[in-house]
Design a protein around this ligand. Structure first.
Ligand code: NAD
Ligand code: ZN
Length: 256
């Protein structure tokens, strides 16, 4: 955890608390950093999956996944062992549930695919999983979908690259890979949230993945306050209303 901002931290927490308290609606954007304290590594933090193994990025790229059966077999093995299916929400996820219960959550947009916001108790109607979910599989050919455990059971039973039970097509997890487009309706909800809510609270995200990092730009252009909570600095720190450097699971309960 970087300590550079520690001296100013109590003050930043107080400012963030005040900005959020005075807002009648808050849009939230979360990234992998809100789930690291649940034991799920991020991609770009110091311990990130891609920081440690740049090759892993290939498995998240649709062209490689479709073209190379070995990439798919590796991906299914990694899904089998993934921490995401056993992880539990932490105090950061729970603080956002409280924000919703207070009636001031506009929309919770998450880049996470771990499903932990809904597991923590956030209403699925208010959560936009902009990069999809690992809890379901989907067929790239016919669009069929089903529970991920169904697909994992087939891998466990000895099918290293299971194909679609409906059309025989290639199956993947229901996440948006690099090279795939986001769902237009989800992107629109994110933009509306950034434009309408008094405050945009960005948590645990490097703000380097577009177009969703553009939510911050949209909020700034609409004259909204922007609160950033992240362990490391982001490209938007200098434009934010307030930046709190620290761990989401400790900072969110303090500011919400
Ligand atoms: P990222 O890996 O690019 O950035 C995560 C950021 O969180 C980093 O800047 C890091 O410093 C910070 N961070 C790490 N631990 C933190 C903590 N405890 N408290 C506060 N901040 C912390 O992640 P991203 O911006 O979400 O970007 C990208 C992509 O990674 C998304 O597409 C997402 O789908 C995918 N991803 C999701 C998960 C998940 O679902 N849990 C995990 C890894 C990656
Ligand atoms: Zn199919």
């Amino acid at each position: 955890m970087p300590d550079a901002a520690d001296e100013s931290k109590p003050q930043a927490i107080e400012t963030a608390r005040r900005v959020i308290r005075d807002a009648s609606s808050v849009a939230v954007l979360t990234g992998a950093g809100i789930s690291t304290d649940s034991g799920i590594p991020d991609f770009r933090g110091p311990n990130g999956v891609w920081t440690r193994n740049p090759e892993a990025e290939k498995r998240s790229t649709i062209q490689h996944y479709l073209a190379d059966p070995q990439v798919r077999r590796d991906a299914w093995q990694i899904r089998l062992e993934s921490d995401m299916f056993t992880a539990s929400p932490n105090d950061g996820h729970r603080a956002l549930v409280e924000l919703e219960r207070s009636g001031r959550l506009h929309t919770l947009v998450t880049q996470n695919i771990d499903g932990l916001h809904v597991i923590a108790g956030s209403s699925p109607d208010n959560v936009v999983e902009i990069h999809g979910t690992v809890h379901r599989w989907e067929c790239v050919d016919c669009g069929a979908r089903g529970p991920m455990q169904e697909a994992l059971d087939r891998v466990r039973a000895g099918d290293p690259d299971p194909s679609c039970p409906i059309c025989g097509g290639i199956m993947k997890s229901a996440t948006i890979m690099f090279g795939q487009s986001l769902v237009a309706a989800d992107l629109l909800r994110a933009e509306i949230a950034a434009t309408q809510a008094d405050v945009l609270l960005a948590v645990g995200t490097s703000l380097m993945v577009y177009p969703i990092a553009g939510m911050v730009q949209v909020a700034l252009e609409a004259g909204r306050s922007v609160v950033i909570v992240n362990a490391q600095s982001t490209p938007f720190d200098s434009q934010a209303t307030v930046v709190v450097q620290g761990s989401a699971s400790a900072v969110l309960p303090a500011i919400l």
